[in-house]
Design a protein around this ligand. Structure first.
Ligand code: CP
Ligand code: NVA
Length: 314
């Protein structure tokens, strides 16, 4: 069995990353520093001979390509495995898949629906498992968000991120990331679409420890007030397509537009994990405007994930 535990030491060699809750704030600082170094000098051989097996049950552009390119730039190799083509798609168990892939690969990445599946994979795997997005968490995205915020604002303490919309996987991981780094975080979501209670409790505990403020509200203006970062994600995540009409109605008023941006600090930046729906959760004027850093953020997926792979595997 592969260990997934809260980690108080400064090394994460051999550990899985399922939610970001596993990582200590100091480890995240180290990881961001490593990512900055790799951004300046991208090609090395530290993972020579290492293989990353990547299971995808959902579509991906950024996660798939950045992990594949990242492994290559570190001297290793990544395999894209669509669950449709794996025996997993024909009923082979997660347990058997974990044991078999562990024999061939040095780490496994999974993008799946239920978070429990990623946990089960990690439980039965003999190598580290990286969460490439589940319904609950998107930790690699949050690491890229942190690097981008560090580049834009220089620091986390005393800064505020405001997330508008669905209390989903991306919101959960960003909430945890901010709490770990001591950055204030506000989530504005409509009634019934807030974040998971257990994850909120966990983030509150972490925030108390780091001195960060965590605000949950139904008012986008309240959340955006004096924010340094305004963040949004799609209103309908992968797997929720049948709810699209209800969601369009529920999230009316939660769009990030120029009027909402006026509530934030004048130098506030807009972030979005992408893919985005212009005209829904964000207007083209904001996402394509001068204060948007979404492509810098997308690029940073590559750098933080390389740092993560190096710290886990090298
Ligand atoms: N942000 C993100 O994870 O993008 P993909 O779905 O394209 O991987
Ligand atoms: N919340 C979105 C993020 C996509 C990267 C989804 O799960 O579809």
């Amino acid at each position: 069995m592969h260990t997934v535990t809260a980690n108080n030491s400064r090394t994460i060699k051999g550990l899985s990353l399922l939610s970001l809750l596993e990582l200590d704030g100091d480890v995240i600082h180290d990881l961001l520093q490593e990512a900055e170094a790799l951004k300046k000098a991208p090609v090395e051989t530290s993972l020579s001979g290492k293989t990353l097996a990547m299971i995808f049950e959902k579509s991906s552009t950024r996660t798939r390509v950045s992990f594949e390119a990242g492994m290559l730039q570190l001297g290793g190799h990544a395999l894209f495995l669509s669950s449709r083509d794996l025996q997993l798609g024909r009923g082979e168990s997660i347990e058997d898949t974990a044991k078999v892939l562990s024999a061939y690969a040095d780490a496994i990445l999974i993008r799946t629906f239920e978070h429990k599946k990623a946990e089960e994979l990690a439980f039965h795997s003999n190598v580290p498992v990286i969460n490439g997005l589940t319904d609950q968490f998107h930790p690699c995205q949050a690491l890229a968000d942190l690097l981008t915020i560090k580049e834009l604002k220089g620091t986390f303490k005393g800064k505020k991120a405001a997330y508008m919309g669905d209390g989903n996987n991306v919101a959960h991981s960003l909430m945890i990331a901010c709490a770990k780094m001591g950055m204030d975080f506000a989530l504005a979501s409509p009634e019934g679409y807030g974040a998971d209670e257990a994850i909120i409790k966990n983030a509150q505990k972490t925030a108390r420890h780091s001195g960060a403020k965590l605000v949950l509200t139904n008012s986008p203006e309240e959340a955006a007030a004096e924010a340094d970062i305004i963040y949004s994600d799609v209103w309908t995540s992968m797997g929720q397509e049948e709810e699209v009409l209800n969601r369009l109605k529920a999230f009316e008023g939660f769009q990030v537009n120029e009027a909402l941006m006026k509530n934030a600090k004048p130098d506030a930046h807009f972030l979005h994990c992408l893919p985005a729906h212009r005209g829904e959760e964000v207007t083209a004027a904001v996402i394509d405007g001068p204060n948007s850093a979404v492509f810098q953020q997308a690029e940073n997926r590559l750098h933080v994930q390389k740092a993560l792979l190096k710290m886990i595997l090298a």
